[in-house]
Design a binder for this molecule. Sequence first.
Ligand code: KG4
Length: 345
Amino acid sequence: MGNEKDIIILGIESSCDDTSAAVIKNGCLLSNIIASQKVHEAYGGVVPELASRAHQQNIVPVVDQAIRQAGISRDEISAIAYTRGPGLLGSLLVGSSFAKGFSLAAGIPMIEINHLQGHVLAHFIQEKDVEFREPKFPHLNLLVSGGNSQIIIVRDHLEMEVIGQTIDDAAGEAFDKCAKVMGMPYPGGPLIDKLAKEGNPNAFEFSKPRIKELDYSFSGLKTSFLYFLRDQIKDNENFIEENQADLCASLQKTIIDILMNKLVKAAKQTGIKEITMGGGVSANSGLQNALRAEAEKRKWNLFIPKFAFTMDNAAMIAITGYYKYQKKQFAAQDAVPFARMSIND
Ligand code: KG4
């Protein structure tokens, strides 16, 4: 049973192709339900119209399951937090409309959450019977997903500054687009990660961008990968099948080198040794290993999210809501979602 001082947040995430609901009580996770949408696999990418329809079908059962698994009753919930953006507008509208209805019906406040802040704050989710280590402030976060590649200084739970970001594609897009060129299904990132384990990372060399300061660029890598394969296929039409593992390992190494190079530079420039990582690409085993090696060499205090918190999930939305609730940062009923948002919006 809850008491009046308990802060219980119901989180809702529907920014892309995962419908998720989670319950967090006083910072501790009670449930985190994620319904992934398989319907997009056949199309080689997320189809926005299909994503919003699937969210509509999933949202009520997912929320219901999250509340039941948390072992709480609806009237104990202090506030509902939902993803305002960035993401697909049709998908975001399903989550925000649901949150508005729930908040009105239950007579509780509603909290808008920036999805990017959610990824950063995933490190503050406590779990029952799991040892909890939280990063100190300020820390640096490498945020790498299908839509973002950023280096962020995190000064406080809700105070963040982007000091480097991609000027074109995100790291996840580089994985997914190169996988598509090799004829692999969407999303290609996890498959490249798996195949790379069997391959030689030094078998092939791909061009790395020369971008100023702490920014990233991945579109040139995708093009050079495409042209390289075109040339090789002219001589051997089975080139991709015969070299799949080496191609994956070499491509993955290139992406990791690009990411790590700027992260090391950012740590040196800022003098910050407290390092965290977030977003879908942070599940990549090669990237995790590279970070661990660098952390050991440079005496970084490193935080890698557990797998369930790397992907889009409502637990990270609920924990961000927990911090915003304490500052009484509530949303009005006429709030609207945004497809494009930066970390401080
Ligand atoms: O954060 P996320 O679930 O969605 C958003 O972009 O918001 O990230 C999805 C991205 C996809 O590009 C996917 O290919 C990539 O994360 N990804 C990976 C791995 N797991 C997911 N990329 C490389 N290695 C992985 N193990």
